[in-house]
Design a protein around this ligand. Structure first.
Ligand code: ADP
Ligand code: MG
Length: 352
């Protein structure tokens, strides 16, 4: 294709604002751009006031002379940056040197064209318009993304709130049922269920507050024990000690560990009282190169010998749950022994 035909096919519409005191120079610009095939709507201004007004009409592009009798290119750039930074501004001058041109670009001009190189203008304008369009699209996409993130945050907050409320409602139903139940076995079942749900609600609250980032293990254990004790008649007879540590645990492992801790705590409530009816709970948290090691103890009667000998054939749901979670979810292992009460050691690799 010949260049002539090519130019004729370029029917790009352009709404042009020319800041120029010399009408002849403006005419030259128009002539050149028409030659390049642009379909033009244009306006020439030469004062600050007129420039401001024309800027508000949102032209596609601004061509600005550098030296004007009552205004100048640099001030025009500043004004454009403040009020219409999306509209590309090209400095056109017959006189400026390279250093001033660079200053103009630094201040926010898209490009500059020397008047004796006016044949470059078409190409420079096309590139500036294309870049401005890309920038506009990018800004639009960014805005959309920000809006989406904001919406998701609200949604997450709402879901967290609902989960918490629903768990609280379930606990409420269980308390109602508990008050009407006489059967001891069912009472124990309801009580244990309340403790399990309280534990889940506690870890959910902690995780939603931390935005599902890892939790401090020490604080998690402390909160779960305290949540399990809510509503227990003999909670003043319970002493709790959780060893201080700064070890963190992932949200996933925090959930698993909560279920395990719940079972250990309910068992201590049932079997862990000493002869004074007091319960001492002690949680020791350590970490070596590979594993997190949690030692949980009470000061009650201790585990039955069959259990410490490794016979798990006669266990209830509690130990089934503990074993399943420790080995499958936490991919760790568990040991039990007696030492002035029941002691349970849980070892697992921390998730990164
Ligand atoms: N902290 C403990 N102290 C003494 N014995 C315990 C303790 N925890 C569990 N046990 C013994 O292990 C058995 C299995 O516990 P578990 O599976 O939780 O069932 P459940 O709590 O329903 O009895 C209990 O019946 C009890 O004999
Ligand atoms: Mg149990």
């Amino acid at each position: 294709m010949k260049p002539e035909t090519n130019k004729k096919m370029n029917k790009q519409k352009l709404n042009l604002l020319i800041l120029e005191d010399n009408p002849d120079d403006a005419e030259l610009i128009i002539k050149e751009l028409k030659k390049e095939g642009f379909v033009l709507e244009w306006k020439r201004v030469e004062t600050e006031k007129a420039f401001k007004k024309a800027l508000a009409e949102k032209p596609d592009i601004i061509l600005s002379d550098y030296n004007l009798p009552s205004f100048n290119g640099m001030a025009a750039i500043k004004l454009q940056q403040q009020t219409a930074p999306d509209i590309p501004l090209i400095i056109m001058s017959g006189t400026i040197g390279e250093d001033i041109a660079v200053e103009c670009v630094k201040a926010g001009a898209t490009d500059y064209v020397l008047k004796d190189k006016i044949s470059r203008l078409g190409t420079v304008i096309k590139r500036a318009i294309k870049e401005a369009e890309e920038l506009r699209k990018r800004k639009q996409a960014e805005k959309k993304l920000q809006k989406y993130v904001k919406e998701q945050k609200v949604l997450l907050k709402e879901v967290n709130h609902r989960v918490k409320n629903n768990l609280a409602a379930i606990i409420g139903f269980l308390y109602l049922k508990e008050a009407k139940t006489k059967n001891k076995e069912i009472l124990t079942f309801i009580n244990e269920l309340i403790i399990r749900i309280n534990g889940l609600s506690t870890v959910h609250s902690m995780l939603s507050e931390s935005n599902w980032r890892p939790l401090n293990l020490n604080k998690l254990c402390d909160n779960i024990i305290n949540a399990s004790l809510i509503g227990l008649p003999n909670s003043n007879m319970i002493d709790i000690y959780v060893s201080p540590s700064s070890i963190q645990i992932s949200s996933n492992q925090a959930h698993s560990l909560t279920l395990v801790m719940n079972e250990l705590i309910t068992n201590s409530m049932k079997y862990g009282q000493n002869s004074n009816n007091k319960i001492n709970l002690n949680v020791d948290i350590k970490k070596n190169k590979k594993n997190i090691i949690i030692t949980y103890r009470d000061n009650g009667q201790g585990y039955p010998q069959s259990l410490t000998d490794g016979d798990f054939s006669d266990i209830g749901i509690g130990f089934e749950l503990i074993k399943g979670i420790v080995t499958q979810s936490l991919k760790g292992d568990m040991q039990i022994f007696n030492d002035n009460g029941a002691a349970t050691v849980i070892k697992f690799k921390p998730e990164t």
